[in-house]
Design a protein around this ligand. Sequence first.
Ligand SMILES: [Zn+2]
Length: 158
Amino acid sequence: MRKKLLILPLLAFMFFASVAQAHFLGYDSVDNGEIRWGGSTVYSSQWNSAISTWNGLDLIDILPDTWWTFQDLTVDDVNRSDVTWTGQYTNSVGSDEIDLNRYYLDNDTSAQQQNTATHELGHSLGLAHSFSGNVMYYAQTFQTALGSHDQSDYDYLW
Ligand SMILES: [Zn+2]
């Protein structure tokens, strides 16, 4: 989940409590080394770029669902003013889900939209929130490339 608000005391706590620790959710959408995805979003270029970014790291392949594969992840757009998040990953029985919130994202820059898409896809890979300077930082930023901790968490987990 991605929030726009900064909570500095929490951030300071996370920094001092978590240095040198890895950040994992304990669940993910990976099935046999793959995430097969379906659904659609108006942010398709950001979504496809997010897939390319994570596929640039080895081991897990994020690929479109087919007739003969099980859909692990569904991407969808929502338009919700009653929440503060720009994107949300939900892990569930059956296909997991990434919701992209047009209520905020439609007014965001392409880089912010990219940041949210790459971040939520990172959650589906099992990554939890980490430090500033990384895509998995809890708040939305303009960062589109993976940070060093994004990569080390991924390498440690996979
Ligand atoms: Zn998040």
